[in-house]
Design a protein around this ligand. Sequence first.
Ligand code: ASP
Length: 434
Amino acid sequence: MKVCKFGGSSVADASQIKKVKAILDKDQDRSIVVVSAPGKRFSGDEKVTDMLLLCAEIVNKGNSSKDKFGDVKNRFRDIAEGLGLGRDALEEELDVVLKNIESGAGKDYAASRGEHLNAILISKYFGWNYIETEKCIVIGENNKIEEESYSNLAALINKNEKYVIPGFYGRSPSGEVRCFSRGGSDITGAIAARAVMADVYENWTDVSGVYSSDPRFVKSAHVIPSISYKMVRELSEVGASVFHEEAIAPVVEVNIPINIRNTNSPEDDGTIIGKEPEKKGVIGVSAKGGLSKIYVRKLMFFKESGVRHKVLSLMHLYGIKPCYTLYGCDSISWYFETKQIENIDTEEMCSRLKEEFNLDDIELKKGFAVVGLVGNGIEETMEYVDALDELRRNGIQPSSVSLGGSYTTFVIGVPEERKLDAVNCISERLFISK
Ligand code: ASP
């Protein structure tokens, strides 16, 4: 049995949904489908989820969302018509949703209705069963998937039947509609795959898999045929975004492979996320910008126990949550997202840190990016030497280098404005000129 999740662009209009049907018709094992709300049909288009969130906001300010909801209605009417179901196939459901939003059902309720309505419509078009996730998926605080979700969902599924399931939402433990974070239909797909112990979780999107680098900016980018769960996590940590990272846990725990596929190019094999690839070496190069670095130094810094923790705790009070740490003999540098210090007086913070810990030196600098080289056994292949050589040849000076704690990612700090140059030249050296 295969569980297939189709993202927003794959179900954005009737012609896309027809492609989904053709994909399902090709393989009878594809019997459970999780769908997103209609996404963007073209660049600059509005996602239905965003339209619905706006409706909730309008109502929250004491106004009527009827006009804005008219746009939502028209999106669904166009889809229904394009699928040959008739323009008013969803009219009753749309009226219920509008009524509830107008009476203040709230943000999560509104946001979830894109998936809800789309799944109903698609189930009508396929002639498949519809499963209401409010009945079975329980979402705790901070996106936590409550254990009962798997058995609740499994109990609603008969292995000889076919189902359409709305992604992105379930209910809170106390029973109100609750959404996952944005892009959360990936998580619903993973829950469904685990609930039925699927052979594979197919995640259909608008790219042909996980790329070695961002194909929009890197000429030498190519699809990675197979990658481990761990590496996908590490790649997303250094800026790559293909798959909702919280959707990995439900399937990794039971070893269900994820196959990333392209709805617009279904003949491509895509990427299999699962086991560790046998071949050693770097398979992905990605970069994340928008970082700042804080450097603190004090003679005999680490002699005093718990001092690092105390400095971090004070920085936390100012909203700083570091993403990379580098240790020196008497110093530490932390990278963190610059947006965390947008609204704080950094001079005041640095003086306070300096005073409270009697530091010899403290320095805060903006304008960094980190480039991550992700792969298996990279401590052995030492391709990071080639990467550093390439940076030197291109006049890009690293601000830090680290093999990290996992031996899966080699992280290089670079100036933000050279981020893309760095990824491009490293990718070219490691993947093309080898
Ligand atoms: N529709 C939701 C969003 O736009 C969830 C999803 O597509 O996965 O974030």
